[in-house]
Design a protein around this ligand. Structure first.
Ligand SMILES: C[S@@+](CC[C@H](N)C(=O)[O-])C[C@H]1O[C@@H](n2cnc3c(N)ncnc32)[C@H](O)[C@@H]1O
Length: 271
């Protein structure tokens, strides 16, 4: 338990090459995805409440270790832990592995700082069918407890590439045949137009900026286009995860169904 507790800090995770996975839902996703779980600490109550999960963990060779509620609570980052906390080997996927799989939809985050935002982006990218989430070197650690919880298991569904230099990453994405679309409220191309004119049909990496400072203009200038989600009201900008959701789903819709078109006969608004 003491070893596992050291994984609550970034240096501890780096030293051990492992991170904490908390709660039955995340553990279920991890075991189903074949993640390298090392052990799971469980209270007696949790053992009786989640017999299927405990059986699946044991069937996969993951030791399930009964532990005092206070010990499990000490490992958990939430106020009301659900009695189950596991440790899992870190997975560091190189960008080349992602590019070798001919991705069609990627998200590249520049200096994302909020672990809840990052977890939500990973969950949303997973839901939209994206192939991977890529992070610049200055981004928050995706294995932070708050981020792992916010992904609700999506962390185990798609690769997360870390530690990228932005200039190098954009160059490699373009060389691999992806267009890089920077998302920025001041972009010259409207997302709705990009959906209608077929721009979004191409394999795409969406580049999104930091919560406070947005995208460095020098980095945005490397992108093929700078795309704005139209702001119809008076908001200054969208939350990062919301912007990522709108951009990913616009791409997914066009890539899976073709360009957005008005139904035949509906070109003219009714008078
Ligand atoms: C909270 S916003 C950053 C706001 C910051 N004040 C700025 O100057 O850009 C974080 C990121 O979300 C994306 N974003 C937010 N609103 C957007 C919009 N209307 N269109 C496209 N992307 C947007 C951008 O990638 C932005 O860098």
């Amino acid at each position: 338990v003491r070893d596992a507790a050291s994984l609550a800090t970034r240096p501890g995770r780096r030293r051990a090459g492992r991170f904490l996975v908390e709660g039955p839902q995340a553990l279920r996703e991890a075991v189903t995805a074949g993640a390298a779980l090392r052990e799971v600490f469980a209270t007696v109550d949790a053992l009786t409440q989640h017999p299927d999960l405990v059986a699946a963990l044991r069937a996969s060779g993951v030791p399930v270790l009964p532990a005092e509620p206070a010990a499990v609570a000490a490992l958990a980052g939430t106020v009301s832990p659900q009695g189950l906390v596991g440790t899992c080997d870190d997975v560091d996927v190189p960008l080349d592995v992602v590019l070798d799989a001919a991705p069609r939809l990627l998200v590249l985050l520049a200096e994302v700082r909020d672990p809840g935002n990052l977890g939500t982006v990973i969950r949303t990218a997973d839901a939209a069918g994206a192939d991977a989430v890529l992070l610049s070197a200055e981004s928050v650690d995706p294995m932070t407890g708050k981020c792992v919880r916010a992904t609700t298991g999506s962390l185990f569904h798609l690769p997360v590439v870390r530690g990228l230099g932005l200039v190098d990453a954009v160059t490699r994405l373009q060389a691999a045949g992806l267009q890089v679309l920077a998302a920025d409220a001041g972009g010259s191309l409207d997302l709705d137009d990009a959906a209608a004119d077929g721009t979004l049909a191409r394999p795409t990496a969406w580049l999104l900026g930091n919560e406070a400072h947005g995208l460095d203009p020098a980095v945005a200038a490397l992108a093929d286009r700078i795309v704005r989600v139209p702001i119809h009201g008076r908001a200054e900008s969208l939350n990062l995860a919301v912007a990522a959701a709108l951009c990913c789903y616009a791409s997914a819709r066009v890539q899976r169904r073709g360009p957005d078109r008005l139904p035949t006969g509906a070109e003219q608004p009714p008078t």
